[in-house]
Design a protein around this ligand. Structure first.
Ligand SMILES: [Mg+2]
Length: 444
């Protein structure tokens, strides 16, 4: 399932007056940079994702430019996924508006009184009625093929029936396969394989030799023989980072530092929520001429305390900014080398570090209680840096919502409140694959 021009459709949900008009959403600092989504009506005029907003206006003078409302997109996305999860025990979200549903075991029960086609169309209709978002869908024997079917169907629905896979793929470019890198694409082109039909005609042994297991998979896929169970892959997080373009180019380095500290505090909060601590920290500053400076620090022990992390960040900041004169455009902060955090919240520690830890812990708990019990949705507790930032100026007072490309694991957590380990059968899969491709090679 895939939302049709999702951001633009969301804008229409948010403002009924936009219905029937050409609509696009502008990104960039002031919402007038480049087009990040355009609806069908706008695309008819040639408005495309990635084009400058003034160019879009020139092509389609009567169209409407909307500034992005990421928080609202996130809310509508959650509503859409809540409908989806009623229709299959396995739902794998891929992005804010895309997800896979597995119907593998439903033939005997669910599909006795309906057809897969009716079932999928019913889901689309429900989302249309309840959330007012248009959704396209594709049905096939693997998630990869279902994605291609969805792209081909847009807007609408397409089913690739069993036995018709190879025919459907025959004239489609291998480029359409998601995750196909430039290098592999070039290597395939060198073998004369531009379409899946070409790939299907190559000897599978050649593909195996060139690309290993991926080549075997591609050969099976091109021949319509690839299927795999839909798995929810929840990978452990390896980094936590943020990349923020300031509302305007900042000439005042103290203000930029305040911003960096406040952002660090937010990230540390995220570390704590996910029960993690970090060994390494890095800070990169990008200037208005796109030149960059950066520095990093490796802690002796993994860290989770605001006080320690913030003072280290300030040290890095002062170090890399000494002697600089250009205005600050963007600030990137990253934590990596993450480890699990097992804290026993103690009220008073014996050492300085333990006391700071206890203080951090208490602040976090208080914050949680205020939010949950008293339904306060603004941040009720602020660190010094966050407070200073709020007092800085209006542009900083209401920090803009971040772009909502939530990583899959966070989306999963939000939907089900857990992250189980769905990778348990992975070894099995590889074995089965080896067996299947062996049999096929024989026949070949
Ligand atoms: Mg979409």
């Amino acid at each position: 399932m895939d939302g049709d021009s999702f951001f633009a459709s969301c804008e229409i949900v948010l403002d009924k007056k936009l219905e029937g008009r050409a609509v696009w959403v502008g990104g960039g600092r002031r919402g007038d940079g480049i087009v990040i989504a355009a609806n069908r009506a706008a695309r008819k005029f040639g408005v495309k994702t990635g084009m400058a907003c003034f160019e879009a206006k020139r092509l389609c003078p009567r169209g409407v430019l909307c500034r992005p409302h990421y928080d609202e997109y996130r809310r509508l996305s959650a509503e859409m996924f809540h409908v989806l999860e009623e229709y299959s025990p396995t739902l794998v979200p891929i992005s804010i508006d895309e997800g896979f549903l597995d119907f593998t075991t439903m033939d005997r029960h669910v599909f006795r009184n309906t057809t897969p086609e009716k079932y999928v169309k019913e889901i689309c209709e429900r989302i249309w009625h309840e959330v007012k978002l248009p959704v396209s869908a594709g049905l096939a024997n693997s998630s990869r093929l279902a994605k291609l079917a969805t792209d081909a169907a847009k807007p609408g629905y397409l089913e690739i029936k069993t036995g018709e896979e190879k025919e459907f793929l025959k004239d489609r470019c291998v480029r359409e396969l998601s995750g196909l890198g430039k290098n592999r694409q070039r290597a395939l082109a060198a073998l004369g394989a531009m379409t899946f039909g070409h790939v299907a005609k190559l000897p599978s042994t050649l593909l195996k030799q060139k690309f290993g297991i991926w080549g075997q998979k591609l050969w099976l896929f091109s021949n319509g023989l690839w299927n795999e169970p839909l798995l929810l892959e929840v990978k452990d997080r390896t980094t936590i980072s943020s990349n923020t373009t300031l509302p305007y180019d900042e000439p005042d380095y103290e203000a930029a530092l305040t911003f960096a500290l406040s952002e660090t505090t937010r990230l540390v909060g995220q570390l704590r929520r996910e029960q993690l601590q970090a060994r390494e920290l890095s800070l990169t500053i990008r200037f208005d001429d796109f030149g960059e400076v950066g520095g990093s620090h490796r802690f002796r022990h993994p860290q989770f305390q605001n006080s320690i992390i913030n003072s280290e960040l300030e040290g890095i900041f002062r170090g890399i900014m000494a002697g600089q004169t250009k205005m600050v455009r963007q600030i990137r902060i990253a934590f990596w080398n993450l480890e699990k955090l097992d804290t026993q919240p103690t009220l008073w520690g014996r050492t300085q570090a333990e006391r700071w830890g206890a203080l951090d812990e208490a602040a976090l708990t208080a914050q949680k209680i205020l939010i949950e019990k008293f339904k306060i949705d603004k941040i009720p507790l602020m660190t010094g840096a966050q407070l200073a930032l709020q007092q800085l100026d209006d542009a900083h007072k209401n920090p803009k919502a971040k772009c909502p490309f939530v990583p899959q694991r966070e989306m999963v957590k939000k939907l089900w409140g857990t992250d189980a380990d769905p990778l348990a059968h992975k070894g099995d899969m590889e074995k089965r694959l080896a067996k299947v491709s062996k049999q096929l090679q024989f026949r070949h």
